[in-house]
Write a new protein. Structure first.
Length: 662
C-alpha cells in the first residue's frame, strides 16, 4: 500500500509520501489541446449587420482564462477596436445597444465548473473604442475601469427591455447585493441611460428577491419569489395601478409554471408549464381567467433551448431531445428569424444550433454550430441571400476526423426506470472488451449530460477508454418526478442507477468488466468514492475531484449553508438525521474500499470546502488505503488555470493507465 500527495504551488511542485511514492507514467496523449482555452468565446452581430463584437482569448495575459473584446468590421474585415479589462477581469458578456454602442459585463474567473464571480460594473463603449463609460455599479459615471477588480459591493442587474421609446435608455431590474444572505431586498425597476449612466423613473417592486416579467408596454406584471420554505411563489397584477395577487405557492415536485413573454397584444402569456404533467412543455396562459392551453409537450423529456426573435420579445422556436439528440420545432414560421434557423438546420442537420445574435431585421445572424465531434464553429447566415459563411472555429486545433462519436443509449434500472445515457467509444476501436470510465456529472439535481462536444469525454476516448455518462435519477431534463423524487437519495437509489449502468456496460460486452474506473467532480466525486465503498467488486479504480465526502459537514461549512434557501436545499437534498448522514458519508466507510483512488481539490473551494478531502485522506491513512492526492493552490470549485487543468488531466491519464491500461 502507498499514498502519494502532490501539491501544486505556482511553478513549484511538492511531493510527499506516507509509505512509498511511485512515479507517474509518461503520457502518450497531449492533454493541452483538449483543455486549453477556446480561441473564441462568443460573437454578437450589430443591429445593422455590419459589425461583429467578438469575445476572444487574450493571448499575452498573465492571468488564467483571460478574454477581451474585439470589434470586426465585416465589410473590410478589419478590427476597429480592442478592449481589455485590467488584471484578472475578463469580458464575460457583450451586447449591442444600437449600431454605435456596446454593453459589456466583466467577471472574475473562479473555476471552469463553478459559477464565475460577476463584477459590479457594467461598461458601455462605442464600437470604435471611444466614449467608454461605466454606466452601472459603484463606479457609474467613471470613464476608467482601473479599479474594477477591487470592487466588492454591487447590485445585480437584469435587462428587462433593451429597446425602449427613448433611443438612449434601456429598462433594467436591479437588486442590491448584501453580504448577509438571509437579508431579503426588494427589486427596483428603472430606466438606465447608456450614454450618461443616469437612472430615472424608478419603481420598487413589493415582492422581495423576485424575478420580474414585463409586458410589451414595459409594465411589470409577474414577480416570482422563492419562499423561506423553498416554494416557488408567483405574483401577478393586471396593470401598474393594481395590487399584487399571489397565484400559487408550490414545491418543485408539485410542478408550476413560469412566464416567458407576453404575446404582442398583451392578452396572453407564453409559459413553461409542468403543473399537470411530468414534463415541462409550452402553454398559453390567459392571466385574466387562469386558463392554460398546452401548445407542446413531449412524453419523456423537458423542453430544450428556446429561440427568441431579434427584439427579444417573442419565442419563435424551441428544441427537444426526445431521441437524445436535439430536434427543432417552430412556433412561428412567419417571422424572419425562422428562415435563418431553418437554413442553419437544413445545412447542419446533425448539429447543435445556438443563435449568438441577429441583425435588427432578423434576416442575418451569427450562429454557433457544434456536435459530438465538433467544438463550436461560428457562421454568418443571411437568409435573403441563402448564404452561409464561416467566421471562425472556437478550437481550430481539434479536428472532427480525430474525435470519437457520442451515441445516446437507454439503460433499464433495476426497478424498470428508463435511464438516458451517452456512450463514447474510442474512434476506430471495436466496442468490445474496452477499458472504460463511468463519468458521473456533478450537481446533482437538475444537471444533465447532453449530446454534444465534451472535452473531458474526448480526452478520455483519445486515450483509448470507452466513456459512459448516465443521467441518473435526480438529473434534469426528464420531468419533475425523475428529478425531485431523488431528493434524499444520495448513496442509495441514485447510486444504484450508476451501479446498474456499470453492469450494463460490462454486460453488453463493451467494457472489460475487470477494467472499469468510476470518475466524477463535485457530486460526481462523492459518487465515485461511494461506488468504491458500496460496490467494490465493480470498479478497479476511482477518480474524485472536489467531492463531498462528509454529508454532515455540508450543514456546517461552505457557501450553500450560508443562505436560508441553501439550508432548505440541503435539508431536502441530503437530509438532517445524523445517523442517515453518517451512513451515506464516505469518510465513515473507507474500510470497504479495495481499489486505488485519485483525489484532487482546490484550496479556495467555498462550495465544497477542502476539509472534506482532508477528512477523507485522514480516514484513508488510518485504514492504510491506496490513494494519490493533488492539491491546487488558489483554485475554487473547478480549474481556472490552464496549467492546473493540464496537470490534473495528465495525472488522470497516468492513473488510468496504471490501473486499467488500454
Amino acid at each position: 500500500m502507498f499514498t502519494q500527495s502532490v501539491r501544486y504551488m505556482g511553478s513549484r511542485l511538492l511531493v510527499t509520501a506516507a509509505v512509498a511514492v511511485m512515479p507517474l507514467a509518461v503520457m502518450a496523449i497531449d492533454v493541452k489541446p483538449f483543455v486549453q482555452q477556446p480561441q473564441y468565446e462568443d460573437m454578437v452581430l450589430s443591429p445593422s449587420g455590419d459589425y461583429l463584437a467578438m469575445i476572444v482569448k487574450a493571448e499575452d495575459s498573465d492571468y488564467p482564462y483571460k478574454t477581451e473584446l474585439r470589434v470586426l468590421d465585416l465589410k473590410n474585415k478589419k478590427i476597429t477596436s480592442v478592449l481589455r479589462f485590467p488584471r484578472n477581469l475578463s469580458v464575460a458578456d457583450a451586447q449591442w445597444f444600437n449600431d454605435e454602442r456596446i454593453l459589456l459585463r466583466a467577471e472574475k474567473k473562479r473555476g471552469s465548473r463553478a459559477e464565475s464571480v460577476p463584477d459590479a460594473n457594467i461598461v458601455a463603449v462605442n464600437f470604435d473604442g471611444s466614449k467608454q463609460l461605466t454606466i452601472f455599479g459603484p463606479q457609474a459615471g467613471s470613464g476608467s475601469v482601473k479599479a474594477l477588480a477591487a470592487q466588492e459591493d454591487w447590485a445585480n442587474l437584469k435587462i428587462l427591455r433593451l429597446k425602449t421609446d427613448d433611443p438612449q435608455r434601456m429598462l433594467i431590474q436591479k437588486q442590491p447585493w448584501v453580504r448577509d444572505r438571509d437579508t431579503e431586498v426588494k427589486p427596483v425597476v428603472t430606466y438606465l441611460n447608456v450614454y450618461n449612466a443616469r437612472q430615472t423613473g424608478a419603481e420598487t417592486i413589493d415582492i422581495r428577491d423576485s424575478e420580474l416579467t414585463i409586458d410589451n408596454a414595459g409594465v411589470v406584471r409577474f414577480a416570482e419569489h422563492v419562499s423561506e420554505e423553498g416554494y416557488a411563489e408567483m405574483f401577478y397584477r393586471a396593470d401598474a395601478e393594481s395590487d399584487w395577487k399571489q397565484l400559487f405557492q408550490r414545491g418543485g415536485n408539485q410542478g408550476f409554471w413560469q412566464p416567458l413573454s407576453f404575446e404582442r397584444d398583451d392578452k396572453k402569456v407564453l409559459i413553461e408549464d409542468n403543473t399537470d404533467s411530468e414534463t415541462t412543455g409550452l402553454a398559453l396562459l390567459d392571466p385574466a381567467t387562469g386558463e392554460r392551453t398546452t401548445l407542446y409537450r413531449a412524453e419523456r423529456v423537458d423542453l430544450g433551448e428556446i429561440y427568441w426573435t431579434a427584439d427579444g420579445r417573442e419565442p419563435f422556436a424551441f428544441s427537444t431531445a426526445v431521441t437524445g439528440k436535439p430536434s427543432l420545432h417552430l412556433l412561428n414560421a412567419e417571422v424572419p428569424e425562422a428562415a435563418v434557423l431553418k437554413l442553419a438546420a437544413s445545412t447542419f442537420p446533425t448539429s447543435n444550433i445556438a443563435i449568438s445574435g441577429y441583425s435588427a431585421d432578423g434576416k442575418r445572424a451569427v450562429v454557433q454550430i457544434g456536435s459530438d465531434i465538433q467544438p463550436a464553429v461560428f457562421y454568418l447566415i443571411d437568409s435573403d441571400k441563402k448564404a452561409i459563411g464561416k467566421i471562425a472555429e472556437a478550437a481550430p486545433w481539434l479536428k472532427s476526423a480525430q474525435l470519437s462519436p457520442m451515441e445516446p443509449v437507454t439503460i433499464k434500472a433495476r426497478d424498470g426506470l428508463q435511464l438516458s445515457a451517452l456512450l463514447t467509444v474510442p474512434k476506430a476501436k471495436p466496442a468490445k472488451d474496452l477499458p472504460a470510465v463511468l463519468l458521473v456529472h456533478g450537481g446533482p439535481y437538475g444537471v444533465q449530460d447532453k449530446w454534444g462536444y465534451d472535452a473531458e469525454v474526448q480526452l478520455l476516448a483519445a486515450a483509448g477508454y470507452a466513456v459512459l455518462q448516465v443521467n441518473f435519477r435526480g438529473s434534469g431534463g426528464y420531468g419533475k418526478s425523475f428529478r425531485f423524487d431523488a431528493y434524499g437519495q444520495w448513496g442509495t437509489t441514485m447510486q444504484d442507477d450508476l451501479t446498474d449502468a456499470t453492469k450494463w456496460l460490462a454486460g453488453q460486452g463493451i467494457a472489460d468488466a475487470n477494467r472499469i474506473c468510476i470518475m466524477g467532480h463535485s457530486y460526481g466525486g462523492y459518487a465515485s468514492v461511494w461506488g468504491l465503498i458500496k460496490t467494490p467488486e465493480l470498479y478497479r479504480c476511482g477518480i474524485a475531484s472536489m467531492g463531498v465526502y462528509d454529508l454532515s459537514l455540508m450543514h456546517e461549512e461552505g457557501n450553500i449553508q450560508r443562505s436560508r434557501i441553501g439550508r432548505h436545499y440541503l435539508e431536502q437534498a441530503i437530509g438532517t438525521d445524523p445517523q442517515s448522514l453518517a451512513a451515506r458519508s464516505p469518510v465513515q466507510h473507507v474500510a470497504a474500499i479495495k481499489a486505488p483512488l485519485l483525489l484532487s481539490h482546490g484550496d479556495a473551494d467555498e462550495q465544497v470546502p477542502i476539509e472534506h478531502v482532508e477528512r477523507l485522506i485522514a480516514a484513508l491513512k488510518d485504514n492504510k488505503k491506496t490513494y494519490e492526492y493533488l492539491e491546487f493552490d488558489d483554485e475554487a470549485h473547478g480549474f481556472a488555470s490552464e496549467a492546473n487543468r493540464v496537470k490534473f488531466y495528465e495525472a488522470v491519464l497516468a492513473f488510468l493507465d496504471k490501473q486499467i491500461g488500454h
